[in-house]
Design a protein. Structure first.
Length: 445
């Protein structure tokens, strides 16, 4: 008993092939139409609204703003009331009486203004760190977005591969044309192995796609049951020049936060120096005394102030100076790393872009052509089924490599934007508010 096989695409009319393909993907396409098509910008906006990392960065700014208001607040006054038996002894009446009432108030002379300036600089640093967190979140979302695009493209390619191999099996089973070449049982077995391999690859691609999809939904705060779809993966076009990148790098939020940290630390030196002197305390008192044989009321004013003889807070001043030195070093290290990252990513994106173009011209298109020619040769008996399978694998492997190359180029471009400080949607300003207040407003509405 001999088996026959004929390649589906070359043995049937072109319209039949088209309709069969459309029929196979009808359910998949319909599901895609029902899903929400998310662009990268929309994904980032959605993540920013729900991200706990952004809420934490926003709360940090609220903390710094609280320090500003607290720095300008006077210390609470101190009230003391004294009761003793001095008057009872003097007039021999005995008992206890209230003899003194004193009110003391510290006057913020040395430290308040300097603490407020340090707090204001801390708030500016927190705002820059908020934008730095936004940039980092954009990078995380972008990497996940392109990874999901790649896995979606690989999944579609795996479905296409399995579909075409199945057509071989169907045409082999139904073909009764005596002019079609016959296959040996060994060749039929080889095709069956290829079919099972394609099924395994599809199963693996589906698993990787759904894992990436769940991770992406988690980043966006979407329920796992939410249907979404992404745009198709396209070739990268470098949108930036070196001049544009250098200009953006100078305003990088990471550099601005380090610069603000230096200014905050320098203000901390002034605070530490001012801390050598405690704020003077003014005390107003009213006292009952026994003078010239009779009770009388005495009022007075006392100004007290610490004298920095033994403790001049030199250790605190040195700590503040070293903090400035440390922040300068951090700024230099950050600037070095970002500059190197920009140059490296710029070169890498350019290399990957050119490599993708070369690969498409010199590998992908020739692989398609070789597969088409191998189909024809196989139909007339010039090549064996192994040659056909090899052409198949070469073509689909080339397409897979091209998809991975495109995704790698997009992810490298995202790294370039991170290092250069370029936001996809523009930097937003943090507007901290307590969640308890928001809940009260929602309840009142």
């Amino acid at each position: 008993m001999k088996a026959t096989i004929q390649f589906f695409a070359s043995s049937l009319p072109q319209k039949v092939v088209v309709f069969a393909t459309l029929f196979m993907y009808a359910g998949y396409a319909q599901a895609q139409e029902k899903a929400d098509i998310l662009s990268l910008e929309q994904s980032i906006q959605l993540a920013l609204e729900l991200s706990p990392e952004m809420k934490a960065a926003q709360a940090q700014l609220g903390i710094e703003q609280g320090k500003i208001s607290q720095a300008g607040t006077w210390a609470n006054p101190n009230v003391s009331l004294q009761a003793d038996n001095v008057l009872g002894i003097e007039d021999a009446s005995g008992g206890y009486d209230f003899t003194e009432l004193a009110v003391s108030q510290a006057i913020p002379v040395f430290q308040a203004s300097k603490q407020q300036k340090q707090a204001e600089l801390g708030a500016e640093k927190a705002q820059a760190m908020y934008q730095q967190q936004q940039l980092q979140l954009e990078f995380t979302i972008t990497q996940s977005f392109y990874d999901l695009q790649m896995k979606q493209a690989v999944l579609d390619l795996s479905k296409k591969r399995l579909f075409e191999i199945k057509q071989h099996q169907r045409s082999k089973a139904k073909n009764n044309d005596p002019l079609v070449r016959y296959l040996s049982p060994l060749e039929v077995m080889r095709l069956d192995i290829e079919l099972q391999t394609a099924k395994q690859q599809l199963s693996k691609a589906e698993g990787l796609y759904h894992e990436a999809l769940l991770s992406f939904k988690a980043l966006l705060g979407l329920p796992s049951t939410q249907a979404i779809a992404l745009p198709k993966l396209k070739p990268v076009v470098m949108p930036y020049t070196q001049t544009m990148l250098d200009s953006a790098l100078a305003q990088h939020p990471a550099l601005r936060s380090r610069q603000q940290a230096i200014a905050e630390a320098e203000a901390g030196i002034a605070v530490a120096q001012a801390s050598r002197y405690a704020d003077p305390v003014v005390t107003l008192f009213v006292r009952n005394e026994f003078l010239a044989g009779q009770k009388d009321t005495v009022t007075g004013l006392v100004v007290s102030m610490d004298v920095p003889l033994w403790n001049q807070n030199q250790g605190g001043v040195n700590q503040a100076k070293y903090s400035v030195q440390q922040n300068h070093a951090d700024l230099q290290a950050t600037q070095r790393d970002l500059q190197a990252g920009v140059e490296k990513s710029f070169l890498h994106v350019g290399h990957l872009t050119e490599q993708a173009k070369h690969y498409q011209t010199k590998v992908l298109k020739p692989a398609h052509k070789m597969l088409r020619l191998t189909h024809r040769s196989f139909d007339v008996g010039e090549v064996s089924v192994l040659n056909l399978i090899d052409a198949y694998n070469t073509s689909f492997d080339a397409q897979t490599a091209y998809i991975q190359m495109l995704a790698e180029a997009w992810q490298e471009l995202a790294l370039l934007r991170l290092n250069a400080g370029l936001s996809y949607i523009g930097y937003t300003q943090a507007k901290p508010s307590l969640e308890s207040e928001l809940k009260q407003q929602e309840t009142s509405q």
